[in-house]
Design a binder for this molecule. Structure first.
Ligand code: MN
Ligand code: MG
Length: 623
């Protein structure tokens, strides 16, 4: 065991350079990207527009500048680098050159020292991931995803990087930097179809308590934790919840870790203070439990920078004595961007061709601005395509006689991605890019066998998105901004209204109608859902392996294409009203994108944007 003190150095973070007089000190700069989701060029394939500075090509000049300004620099990626953009989906579909994968080619062009796996790395299965990583010119780590067989060993738990660095006196010093990767153990649920029987997922902190001492014993002078997880709750390492999805703060308390790169929740750290956060989080100085940390946004929006000052230490080689962390926002592509852009050029061209392919037509606008408040033709189309695919798949099987319902939620609906991140498809021709707009992830169509009782509980679970509203309240906030829109399922095929004044829990018996009659708690149904939902994503009651009666390989996008090819033109019967039971004299505000104004037709008032709220507007709903 090394003799490192278990508590982090007690001195507050000091500016690097505070010990300028000591030539034995060594400055190490750690650069980090996270949640790139294969965003390489500043181009939005959904709108066809150039995007303001985002993507790895826009970070490359910043990386070059940070490298030029410091002698000892390492660059890491913190996961979700391979999947999650239109370009990546086209690459995975085989419609672009297969190798090397454009995300890997671009990362090779930038030159990474190591990368961690995120949850979305598994979206297209382990063989796809393994073949993409075969071209990577950097090691890949994931400590808490343990392979159950050799074929599933796609990443090392951790690596030791042996580097000759220079101290402030200009003398070469051999340092060993240990780098370990961590990801949400929920991968076992979210990506069950890809990882079941192949990987064992462990808790983030419990794994770190094993691997960090092992890295130190193996000679690590410095330990960097690449934690593809959000900040989460505070906990002593021994008491940390092994099931925690977001565990970066608890991880930062594990003895022996010098720097934490967080991610997954796509937030900025250091950055604006969250509404509620544990006192051990210092968003101004970028400290988690006193240790330096960054979370560099998503899609290449920011570069994370952690500067460590290391002092030689007789007992254990080197000790961090001062640190600083900061984010740098991506800039327009400049010097250094060209090789990265070139690495993705072929895939970019193939993606542009692919997204332009026609798939059908819509007679009505498809938008998600108010999808959590009133019927949305965009969500209804997804639900109809899911139900259609499930009916086809179950035809003539043992479940063929059951009524098929379909649960769907808006995907692109604001949140951290901003006020322009909404589906807004005008009436007219539909192309492949609209399918990506409606269903960005490669989730497949699945079916669950459920009962009326489960459906009432499902509705109650989805209603947790809404804040309780007292009768007579004026302009109460409708949504809890901390909860993602994709948890807001509507069940198509049932007739119900959510009671915003009700306490949490299942929809009351008798308030949900099927075929014009109150839902029978014991009646069996088939519920068409996404694979994410089917295996337990979002924690809906009644989902999970025991309830899955169909899990095919048809993606929701493919189901949409099939459905549109069959119907030709989407022209649903108009649906009016709201998701909510009437509450006379009560109004609520829905935070949404300014594009909503063009779709209201005078139905609701739009309040002007709050300048402090990044361009979102509020729509007033009269209940
Ligand atoms: Mn991500
Ligand atoms: Mg993630």
């Amino acid at each position: 065991m090394n003799r490192r003190q278990d508590k982090p150095p007690g001195a507050p973070a000091r500016a690097a350079g505070a010990d300028d007089g000591d030539s034995t000190l060594l400055d190490l700069r750690i650069l980090a990207t996270s949640d790139l989701h294969a965003h390489i060029l500043p181009h939005d394939y959904l709108t066809g527009c150039a995007e303001a500075a985002t993507g790895l090509a826009c970070l490359a000049p910043l990386i070059a500048a940070e490298r030029a300004a410091a002698g000892n620099v390492l660059l890491f990626d913190n996961g979700d680098f391979l999947n999650g953009s239109v370009l990546a989906e086209v690459a995975a579909s085989g419609a672009a050159p297969a190798a090397p994968h454009p995300a890997i080619a671009a990362m090779n062009a930038v030159g990474y020292d190591a990368a961690a796996l995120g949850n979305h790395e598994f979206d297209h299965g382990l063989p796809f991931l393994a073949s993409a990583l075969a071209a990577a010119r950097f090691p890949v780590v994931a400590a808490n995803a343990e392979p159950l067989d050799d074929a599933s060993a796609i990443a090392a738990p951790w690596v030791l990087l042996r580097r000759t660095l220079r101290d402030r006196g200009g003398r070469p010093q051999a340092l060993t930097i240990g780098v370990a990767g961590f990801l949400p153990p929920q991968v076992a649920v979210w990506n069950r179809a890809q990882v079941a029987g192949r990987l064992r997922l462990r808790g983030i902190v419990e794994t770190a308590l094993d691997v960090v001492p092992a890295m130190r014993r193996a000679g690590a002078d410095v330990v960097v934790a690449l934690c593809h997880a959000g900040i989460g709750a505070d906990a002593a390492p021994e008491a940390a919840d092994p099931a925690a999805e977001n565990a970066a703060l608890a991880l930062a308390r594990v003895p022996g870790i010098d720097a934490v790169v967080a991610g997954h929740s796509h937030a900025l750290f250091p950055g604006p203070a969250a509404a509620e956060q544990p006192p051990a989080v210092d968003p101004a100085r970028g400290l988690l439990a006193g240790r330096p940390a960054v979370m560099p946004g998503h899609a290449g929006s920011h570069l994370g920078v952690i500067d460590l000052t290391l002092a030689p230490d007789a007992a254990r080689g080197w000790r961090a004595t001062a640190w600083q962390s900061r984010l740098v926002a991506a800039a327009a592509p400049g010097a250094g961007a060209a090789p990265v852009a070139a690495a993705a050029a072929q895939a970019h061209a193939a993606t542009l061709a692919q997204v332009a392919r026609p798939v059908g037509e819509t007679a009505v606008p498809l938008t998600t601005y108010l999808a959590l408040a009133e019927p949305s033709a965009a969500v209804a189309l997804v639900a109809a395509a899911q139900a259609d695919a499930v009916r086809t798949a179950l035809a003539e099987g043992p479940h063929a006689g059951l009524p098929v319902l379909s649960a769907a939620a808006p995907f692109r609906a604001g949140g951290r991605a901003g006020p322009r991140h909404y589906t807004d498809i005008p009436p007219g021709p539909l192309t492949v890019r609209h399918l990506f707009d409606l269903s960005p992830y490669p989730n497949t169509v699945c079916a669950l066998r459920v009962t009326g009782r489960i459906l009432r509980a499902w509705i109650g679970h989805a209603s947790a998105l809404y804040r309780p509203v007292a009768p007579g309240a004026r302009d109460a906030a409708l949504l809890d901004p901390a909860l993602p829109a994709y948890g807001g399922d509507t069940i198509f095929g049932l007739d119900y209204r959510i009671d915003l004044a009700a306490r949490p829990g299942p929809a009351r018996a008798g308030t949900v109608l099927f075929d014009g009659s109150p839902l029978d708690d014991d009646q069996p149904f088939v519920l068409a859902v996404s694979s994410y939902r089917a295996w337990g994503g979002g924690g809906f009651p009644g989902a999970g392996p025991d309830a899955v009666i169909h899990a095919g390989r048809t993606t929701i996008r493919e189901a949409l294409a099939t459905y549109l090819a069959r119907i030709g033109r989407y022209d649903p019967a108009p649906r009016q009203g709201s998701h909510f039971r009437p509450m006379p004299g009560t109004t609520v505000l829905v935070r949404t994108g300014p594009g909503v104004a063009a779709h209201l037709g005078g139905r609701h008032a739009v309040l002007p944007p709050d300048p402090a709220d990044d361009g979102f507007v509020q729509v007033r709903l009269v209940l």
